[in-house]
Design a protein around this ligand. Structure first.
Ligand code: ADQ
Length: 458
């Protein structure tokens, strides 16, 4: 059995002492790496400024080698902040208005992918299987192929894939599509993303779907499929069960008194629909005087990518909006919205999810959304809360027991909040059971195994 080589923009290197990194994805991929032995390569997150990045930093942990490279300041600006986060991210989340195309950034993106390929190639053995992750690294396989690398290479996209009319606004869409066609297997989160991808191939007769998960483009046949990512369901449920005695969770319980808790947990990102969500909560409270003073909405939102101007602006907008609603609706003994800009540990997060009667997950567009799955896994089986989920999250294709909402419809989301808070126990249990059974079967290890099995067979 060949080794597994994972390449992703950032690498969750375990801290000294071998503490496992947080998050199901890191855990699942690490388990797959440990089983086969292998390499996890990516950017160190550091800039070498104007000087060339030094040699790869190699760290051995058991049979896994973590291989990290620095990037120059220009690379970070053009590849990471520029093309990845100001072109591909907004575009794949249907935000044409926020995409800023620039030749320099596009060139930087392809240049850094070539650089990654050149750094990776000397580490490879002929029977290694390579698994590349996410939108930062789409051209990597094409670059490796150019260097004569014949290994099996798979790609998984964590974010949505847009329809042709959106993708084709990007001047280099053909190169990006050709980049994907260079893989042996291309994985998307949902069947909708896969359909969009097939539509993009067909639109300009670049290629086509051949059936049985096979596609053709550039005279090359390759495989494509939908592999919905998931969480470590059983482990997360166990965290939540134990978290009832965690001091931070206890403090939170005391501070909400006997009010109903609604929880939102998202990275600060315009795709997450935070302003529409706060509007919906405000509408709910205004429309339902009986719930006033009886409900608290906790929004936990660590800052992300604050170097990108849109994110800086959004931070101010969301904080001001929450402040305005609290000013308008709050009383001396009731703060309707609590807004936190901090990361919390997995056990505390699990405990807070379990305290909440409603998980409010309303992205405008999301590849999957793991928060929705974590909220379900964390519930008390005897008295579970209700998941309100955007129909535009990939998770809506799987979590059939959720109350699905259109996040652009503020009134509709407000009505769903009322329905969730008044839902009878029997219905809550029935909806939760369906979702939990699904998640126990479709956890992150299954996602990893399914992808790997198809890659080996591709
Ligand atoms: P994200 O956009 O980051 O991921 P999501 O899937 O919700 O979105 O994952 C976020 C993760 O961060 C969750 O595990 C959550 O618990 C954690 N998190 C968020 N806020 C936190 C906080 N304050 N403290 C601690 N942890 C916090 C991208 C795509 C998604 C896709 C994932 C995985 O955008 O659509 O589901 O990758 O493929």
């Amino acid at each position: 059995m060949g080794r597994l080589v994972i390449v992703s923009n950032r690498v969750p290197v375990p801290e000294k002492g071998g503490i496992a990194p947080a998050g199901g994805l890191a855990v699942a991929l690490k388990a797959a790496l440990e089983e086969r032995g292998g390499i996890w390569m990516g950017w160190s997150g550091k800039s070498s400024g104007d000087t060339d990045p030094g040699p790869l930093s190699l760290q051995e942990q058991g049979n896994i080698t973590y291989a990290l490279t620095d990037l120059t300041g220009k690379d970070v600006e053009e590849y990471y902040f520029g093309f990845a986060n100001r072109v591909l991210w907004p575009l794949c989340h249907y935000r044409l208005d926020l995409a800023e195309y620039g030749r320099k950034e596009m060139a930087g993106y392809f240049r850094v992918n070539r650089f990654f390929a050149h750094r990776l190639a000397p580490l490879l053995r002929p029977d290694d299987i390579i698994w590349v992750h996410d939108y930062h690294l789409i051209p990597l396989a094409a670059e490796l192929r150019q260097m004569g690398i014949k290994n099996r290479i798979g790609f998984f996209l964590h974010i949505p894939w847009p329809p042709a009319d959106i993708l084709f606004t990007m001047p280099v869409h053909e190169e990006i599509m050709r980049g994907l066609a260079a893989y042996d297997l291309v994985g998307f989160q949902t069947d909708y993303d896969l359909e969009n991808f097939a539509g993009c191939l067909r639109r300009e007769e670049m290629g086509d779907a051949l059936g049985d998960g096979r596609f053709i483009a550039n005279d090359k046949v390759f495989k494509g499929g939908a592999y919905g990512i998931s969480i470590e369901t059983a482990a997360f449920a166990e965290f939540a069960r134990k978290a009832v005695s965690h001091s931070t969770v206890n403090k939170a319980r005391l501070s909400i008194e006997d009010r109903d808790l609604i929880i939102g947990v998202d990275r600060l990102d315009y795709s997450k629909g935070l302003t529409q969500r706060i509007d919906a909560f405000e509408r709910f409270v205004v429309n339902n005087p009986g719930h006033q003073r009886k409900v608290t909405y906790l929004q936990i939102t660590p800052k992300s990518r604050s170097e990108v101007p849109e994110y800086e602006q959004m931070q101010r907008t969301v904080a001001e909006q929450a402040g305005r609603v609290n000013g308008a609706l709050g009383t001396v003994d009731w703060v309707p919205i609590r807004y936190m800009n901090r990361s919390v540990s997995r056990p505390v997060l699990a405990g807070l999810y379990r305290l909440a009667k409603v998980g409010l997950v309303t992205p405008l567009r999301d590849g999957m959304n793991l928060v929705a799955k974590e909220y379900v896994a964390a519930q008390n089986p005897d008295d579970p809360g209700v998941l309100i989920l955007s129909r535009f999250a990939g998770a809506a294709r799987e979590l059939k027991g959720a109350l699905l909402v259109n996040p652009y419809d503020v009134e509709g989301t407000a009505n769903s909040l009322g329905r969730a808070l008044n839902m009878p126990l029997d219905e809550r249990r029935e909806r939760w059971r369906r979702m939990m059974d699904y998640l126990l079967e479709h956890d992150v290890s299954r996602w990893c195994d399914d992808f790997m099995a198809d890659l080996k067979a591709a």
